[in-house]
Design a protein around this ligand. Structure first.
Ligand SMILES: C[S@@+](CC[C@H](N)C(=O)[O-])C[C@H]1O[C@@H](n2cnc3c(N)ncnc32)[C@H](O)[C@@H]1O
Length: 208
């Protein structure tokens, strides 16, 4: 497969408006199809990101936001390695309806492209997997995520390789570093949706 053709690998990548994306998730969640597709497609994003997250965090009691938590696949990985104090945030009620009970302390319906209702400096860490992708959450939201993380708190996220430059995540990551808003601890290409031959950039950064 041609790596440069990421745009055409999954139908949802063609959608640009919030309304169309939300509508797509209504259909994708029917009969648990989203979770089944992720299994069939060998979706490795949650495992790779939580492994990176775990490498930099020792305290399992920290307060975490799973930004764009969807059906809870990242929450499940976090739970396996001992993290428990997690808020899941997503704008699709249908995705949140598929989250297993007791995985998160709380689930919140919110648009991550907009201002968040949280006060400054309250989360110890944010993890955001699969959410920086076509038609989803844009690079400017990293400012708002940083606002709600405590100083020295960590943010770990994937960016679909197909939008990394197109949506200017490359520039945003450098800009936040140049502005001394965060220190990038690790940034690398990683497997993501293996059976569709799609990689992602995987990043962990510390708020300054
Ligand atoms: C590909 S899924 C990933 C879900 C989960 N993190 C995982 O790894 O399985 C992307 C998620 O981002 C959510 N999302 C997309 N745009 C959003 C927005 N503007 N605000 C909040 N959530 C959004 C979708 O509803 C969906 O649950």
């Amino acid at each position: 497969m041609n790596k440069s053709n990421t745009d055409n690998k999954i139908p949802i990548y063609q959608l640009e408006s919030k309304e169309k994306v939300l509508d797509y998730y209504i259909k994708w969640t029917q009969n648990n199809q989203y979770n089944e597709d992720m299994l069939d497609w060998n979706y490795s994003g949650p495992k790779n990101a939580t492994e990176m997250f775990n490498k930099y965090i020792n305290d399992k009691s920290i307060f975490i936001m799973d930004a764009g938590c969807g059906t809870g696949l990242v929450g499940e990985e976090l739970k396996k390695i001992g993290f428990k104090n997690i808020v899941g945030v997503d704008f699709s009620q249908e995705m949140l309806d598929l989250v297993p009970k007791d995985l998160y302390q709380k689930l919140e319906l919110a648009d991550l492209n907009k201002s968040l209702k949280y006060q400054n400096n309250i989360f110890d860490a944010i993890i955001c997997v699969g959410t920086f992708t076509y038609g989803h959450v844009k690079a400017h939201s990293l400012d708002e995520m940083l606002r709600v993380i405590k100083k020295d708190g960590l943010i770990c996220f994937t960016v679909n390789e197909g939008i990394y430059e197109k949506y200017q995540f490359n520039k945003k990551i450098t800009e936040l570093e140049n502005d001394k808003k965060w220190q990038v601890l690790e940034l690398k290409k990683s497997s993501y949706i293996i059976n569709k031959d799609i990689d992602a950039w995987l990043c962990i950064a510390k708020k300054i």
